[in-house]
Design a binder for this molecule. Structure first.
Ligand SMILES: C[S@@+](CC[C@H](N)C(=O)[O-])C[C@H]1O[C@@H](n2cnc3c(N)ncnc32)[C@H](O)[C@@H]1O
Length: 255
């Protein structure tokens, strides 16, 4: 079975026309609504996808993770593969896993996950932004990767079809993050691993007020230290692992 056919097999409602003239499967079509927040507006722009992976992501995220003490991009990607049960790039034995990267942007994390699956694996990157996906398609040569334009809050996949689900740098943008977590839990098979990298509300009152004010203006939710871990436990997840950085936190758990 070809990978596009495998992708179609994962969908709840496979489209009649599965053509992908832009290199990704578009399940949203033309959207006329304006971007609801400043941050979402930036994600749909043509400029951000061009500078995201080389400038915005390493500078912004590494600072938020407490550079030079927190994990840099390479260490973060290695942790993602480890906590999601994938292999390291050099390993001889890699799992033929089916993996979902929710809100994949220009495919930076998607490709890092693809380095941890075998040639029989499949890594699906899903995002709502056509400009981000155009960049992802242009930058991805890995044959194990497929891209879909869809909504993270209402994932278009069947129940329990993924071995691992990853959502990095995006939960704080969603209008309903907990509905998105429900959706991620639904598409994950029992025993599968979910991993989320998101914002962290600092404890120091002055930093807390400043980041919350920024969040309100930009449309970015700052999450408390126990909010994501509690959300996963409430949904029946076990083996919860959690690491805190100054303005970010990463959580993984088993369904
Ligand atoms: C900051 S980028 C994260 C990219 C990548 N995951 C990373 O960790 O660098 C956030 C992405 O979330 C996407 N996004 C925001 N809301 C979304 C939604 N409701 N459904 C799907 N994608 C969404 C944006 O289009 C953007 O590409």
């Amino acid at each position: 079975m070809t990978r596009p056919d495998r992708l179609t097999g994962l969908l709840r409602r496979p489209p009649r026309d599965a053509d992908r003239p832009s290199g990704y499967l578009d399940l949203l079509g033309p959207t006329a609504e304006p971007a609801p927040t400043l941050a979402q507006h930036a994600m749909r722009s043509t400029l951000l996808p061009q500078i995201y992976e080389r400038v915005w992501r390493p500078v912004g995220f590494n600072l938020a993770k407490g550079w030079p003490f927190g994990p840099d991009t390479a260490a973060e990607q290695a942790l993602a593969r480890e906590w999601l049960g994938l292999a390291a790039p050099g390993d001889a034995d890699k799992p033929a896993a089916t993996v979902l990267d929710v809100a994949c942007g220009p495919g930076n994390v998607t490709r890092a996950l693809a380095a941890g699956v075998s040639d029989d694996g499949l890594v699906v990157g899903l995002d709502a932004s056509a400009t981000m996906l155009a960049r992802a398609v242009a930058d991805t040569a890995e044959p194990t990767v497929e891209y879909v334009r869809g909504d993270a809050v209402d994932l278009p996949f069947r129940d329990g079809v993924f071995d691992a689900v990853c959502c990095f740098g995006a939960l704080y943008l969603f209008d309903d993050p907990w509905a998105a977590v429900d959706s991620m839990a639904r598409v994950l098979r029992p025993g599968g691993q979910l991993m989320i990298l998101t914002t962290r509300r600092p404890r120091l009152p002055v930093s807390r007020l400043a980041t919350e004010a920024f969040g309100r203006v930009a449309g970015v939710t700052m999450f408390g230290d126990r909010e994501v871990t509690a959300a996963l436990r409430d949904r029946g997840f076990t083996r919860v692992r959690h690491r805190r950085f100054p303005l970010m936190q990463v959580t993984a758990a088993q369904r």
